[in-house]
Every structure is written in C-alpha cells, then in structure tokens.
Design a protein around this ligand. Structure first.
Ligand code: PLP
Length: 378
C-alpha cells in the first residue's frame, strides 16, 4: 500500500475515458438519455440519484477513509441529519456533552421533539458512556478532537462499549481528517465529515459525507434518505472537493507543525491562562491522542487571564489571523467561540479558538505577540 500522502496526491485520478484527461471532468447534466430499449447506457438517469462527478468523489473518499460505501451530501449537517433520520423516531442515542453546536441544535430542535431519547456525556470518560448506555441504545456519536476544548475520546474504548450493546458507532472525523485518524481501524461503523473544512480545504465549498465501513442495511437506509430527500453535493462542489483533497496531506503536515509551535508559544505566554491542544504533554488527552492520531491536528484554543474582555481585545488586535468562524482553510482564523454559539453556549467566554492555515509560523506567532501586547497596554 502506498502512503496516504501518495494516495491523496492523485485522489480521484481515474483518467477521463473519452479524452484521457488526468483531471476529472465535471458532469453537470441532471438527466441522462435512455437507450431505445429503455435501459440507461451507464446506469445514470437523474442526478439526485447518482451523478458521475459526485460518485467519483465518493470513490475517492472510500479509498482514503478505508470504508466500503459513501454518499456525499450538501453539507456536514445534511450528512449528520441523514444518519439520525435513518434511526427509528424513538431511538435512544448517546452523544458528547460538547458536541459540535450545530449538531446539538439539530438533535434538540428536530429529533428530541419527535421522540428521540438523547443522553449527553463527557465522552473523554468511557465510564460515563458505560453508565449512560442501556440495551436500548442504538447509536453512540463520537467527535474527537472536540470543539472547542479539544477533548480527546478514546475511539477504541467507545467502540468496545458499542459492540457489547449492539449499537452503531458514528465518528465525526471532521477535525482529525482521514489523514490523521482512521476511525474504522479503531472500531467505528460510520464516519461523517464536513467536507467544508480540511478535505475541501479552501473555504469555498460547503459539503459533507457519510462513509460506511460496511455497505449494510443501515447505510442503505441513509443512502435511500439522501435519494428521497435530495441533500446531495452538486457536481461543481464535488469537483472542487476532489481538487482540494489532493493537497490535504501536505497542507496538514504544515498546519500541524505550525499549530504545535503556536501551542508552545501560547503556553509560555504570561497573559494566557490555559492552552487546549492535544499535542501538549500538559493536555489531558495527550496520551490517547498519541495512540490514535498520526499528528495532533491544526485546531487549538486558549483562555486569557483577562477573561472575556481581553479575549475580545486580542481577536480585535489580530492583523494576520482573520476574525471568522469555520476552520480548515488556507487562511488562519481566530474566533471568540462563546459569542458565536450564543447565550446557551457552555464555552468559556475567556476562550479564543484558532484554525491554523498555511502562513509562515513566524508571522502567526508575531501576530499573536503584538495582539497580546496591545491588549495588555489598555
Ligand atoms: C463544521 C462542522 C460540522 C458541520 O458541517 P457543515 O458543512 O457546516 O454543515 C460538523 N461537525 C464538525 C466537527 C464541524 O466542525
């Protein structure tokens, strides 16, 4: 098997059958002509059901994740929604207490009112999961590293619990990406991604994916929901995602290295109360991260001694970091997460979240240095 960096560098390179072109062509057609006998020449008949460009992306995602089936969705949350919809309405599920806030809203507003029974626990403590599950639990949802405290969940331990009770284990792999973490090798059944983030990687595509270890009846139910409801990824976004994927590995090599340098810099800074980065030996999930991740990722957060006011001033004073939500693009971002998540957010107000991009590490550290110095001058 070649290295993942090699596989990624030519992701989705199935030379175009008509022309020999190395880069996928884009099939924008929504409809496909039938043969005189009513059959379809290549099996395609309507793009909601199947599209050659989207299917090519799905094959590439299967290859890099190591699964056997995939559907690309219009967003990460559309992918998550289809997984939840595939369950009976009154299902019992267990999710992390610090799950991605958009997923929490989806569950609370759209599934709990229809009868879903949802337990939230600290997934970084497998004992809490063990206490929360019952023989009626049908699904356990893991997100690691978590947002925005970068808590690490031991996927293998949760997979053992899921297996014991016959529940499906879903891992949201958005933050780690298949380049850094392989949930199927650790016992997951389903991996979901927001392609919007690292995989497409340029802050210009909204997309999601469900990848399944086995093409079983549960996955087929998810695929049927996508076909029936239509939350598919469009051909151009599929193509942009394939283009982005080819540099996923090399982007992350640089981004993870820079994130490590920035985490160490912040940990040594007098105005910083705490840094949350799994690559730091001081991080509670460091040893688990070491065993299940190739590198520690390019997301981190930190808390200011001066609380919410100082956090706001540091974000305001940054010149290279851009003040925006989201992550995984080429540009570094700084975000006051609590105000983005709104009044019900459990995120500390003294916290700033960083998404590390492709800039030179010295420039990013210089930017944080001046923003921290300026904020303390006031
Ligand atoms: C962004 C994100 C999502 C949602 O993805 P969209 O593409 O914005 O719908 C889900 N999970 C995680 C961890 C995310 O960061």
């Amino acid at each position: 098997m070649p290295h993942l960096l090699t596989i990624l560098s030519r992701a989705a390179s199935e030379p175009d059958m008509e022309t020999g072109g190395l880069v996928p062509s884009i099939q924008f057609s929504t409809t496909f002509q039938r043969n005189p006998d009513g059959t379809y020449p290549k099996g395609y008949h309507y793009t909601r059901d199947g599209n050659p460009t989207r299917n090519q992306l799905e094959r590439a995602l299967i290859e890099i994740e190591g699964g056997s089936a995939c559907r690309a969705f219009a967003s990460g949350l559309a992918a998550s929604n289809a997984v939840l919809q595939a369950l009976p309405h009154d299902s019992q599920i267990v999710i992390p207490d610090d799950v991605y806030h958009g997923f929490r809203r989806l569950v609370d507003e759209e599934f709990v009112p229809r009868g879903m029974n949802v337990q939230s626990v600290d997934m970084s403590e497998p004992d809490q999961v063990l206490d929360a599950v019952s023989p009626k639990t049908v699904l356990i949802w893991v997100e690691t590293p978590s947002n925005p405290l970068l808590k690490i969940t031991d996927i293998r331990s949760i997979a053992d619990i899921a297996e014991k009770i016959g529940a499906v284990l879903v891992v949201d792999g958005t933050w780690a990406t298949p380049y850094l973490q392989k949930p199927f090798e650790l016992g997951a059944d389903i991996v979901i991604h927001s392609l919007t983030k690292y995989i497409a990687g340029h802050s210009d595509v909204l997309g999601g994916a469900v990848v399944a270890k086995k093409n079983d009846t549960f996955f087929q139910r998810i695929a049927a929901i996508q076909m029936a409801a239509g939350a598919v990824l469009d051909p151009f976004s599929s193509w942009l995602t394939m283009r982005g994927m080819r540099t996923l590995g090399i982007r992350l090599e640089h981004q993870c290295r820079t994130a490590g340098l920035i985490a160490s810099f912040l940990e040594g800074h007098a105005r910083v109360a705490q840094v949350h980065y799994p690559g730091l030996p001081s991080h509670r999930g460091h040893s688990t991260a070491r065993t299940q991740m190739e590198k520690f990722g390019a997301m981190l957060s930190f808390q200011l001694k001066g609380g919410a006011e100082e956090a706001t001033r540091v974000a305001a004073g940054s010149m290279i970091f851009m003040r925006a939500t989201s992550l995984g693009g080429t540009e570094s971002l700084i975000e006051h997460r609590a105000s983005m998540e709104g009044p019900t957010s459990p995120t500390p107000t003294s916290l700033l979240r960083l998404s590390i991009g492709l800039e030179h590490p010295d420039d990013l550290i210089g930017d944080l240095t001046q923003a921290l110095d300026r904020s303390s001058d006031r």
